[in-house]
Design a protein around this ligand. Structure first.
Ligand code: FES
Length: 138
C-alpha cells in the first residue's frame, strides 16, 4: 500500500497514542470522529520534460525524487538507493525495474520492492498526471 491510506492510518494511530497520554479524557470522545486525510499531490515536473525511456531527478522539500518515463507511464521513487545512497535516477531501466549504478541492486518502479536483497525497498510515490503536469503524492 502507500499514499493517503498509510498517512491516514498513521494519523489515526497517533491520535490513539495521544489518547493514552495526558489529556486522554479530552481526546477519547473524538478519537473515532477525527480522521484527517492529507492528500498532498504537488506538481514536480512537466510531462513533456521527460522523454520516454529517460528519467529526471527533482528536488522537492529537500528530497531528491527520481521520475522515470517508461513507455509513457511515469514512476516516482526516491533517488537515494537504500543500500548506500546511490543515484537511482541514473540507473538503467529494463521494463519497470531500475538497477542502481553503484552496486547493482534492483528495484521495481511500481512498488519500490527490492529484487536483489530480501526486504530492501526504496520509497515510492503515487503519481498523477493533470494535463502536462506531473504531480506526486508527498
Ligand atoms: S548504493 Fe545502490 S546498490 Fe549500493
Amino acid at each position: 500500500m502507500g499514499g493517503w491510506q498509510d498517512r491516514a492510518g498513521l494519523q489515526q494511530k497517533n491520535i490513539l497514542q495521544e489518547a493514552k497520554g495526558p489529556g486522554k479524557e479530552k481526546i477519547r470522545g473524538i478519537q473515532n470522529a477525527v480522521f484527517v486525510i492529507t492528500m498532498a499531490f504537488q506538481k514536480v515536473a512537466s510531462l513533456n520534460g521527460i522523454v520516454q525511456g529517460r528519467s529526471v531527478v527533482v528536488e522537492v522539500s529537500g528530497k531528491e525524487i527520481a521520475l522515470f518515463n517508461v513507455s509513457g507511464e511515469i514512476f516516482a521513487i526516491s533517488n537515494a538507493c537504500p543500500h548506500q545512497g546511490g543515484p537511482l535516477g541514473e540507473g538503467e531501466v529494463e521494463d519497470t525495474v531500475v538497477t542502481c549504478p553503484l552496486h547493482g541492486w534492483r528495484f521495481r518502479l511500481d512498488n519500490g520492492e527490492g529484487l536483489t536483497m530480501p526486504h530492501s525497498k526504496v520509497e515510492r510515490f503515487d503519481v498523477k498526471i493533470e494535463g502536462n503536469d506531473i504531480l506526486i503524492d508527498l
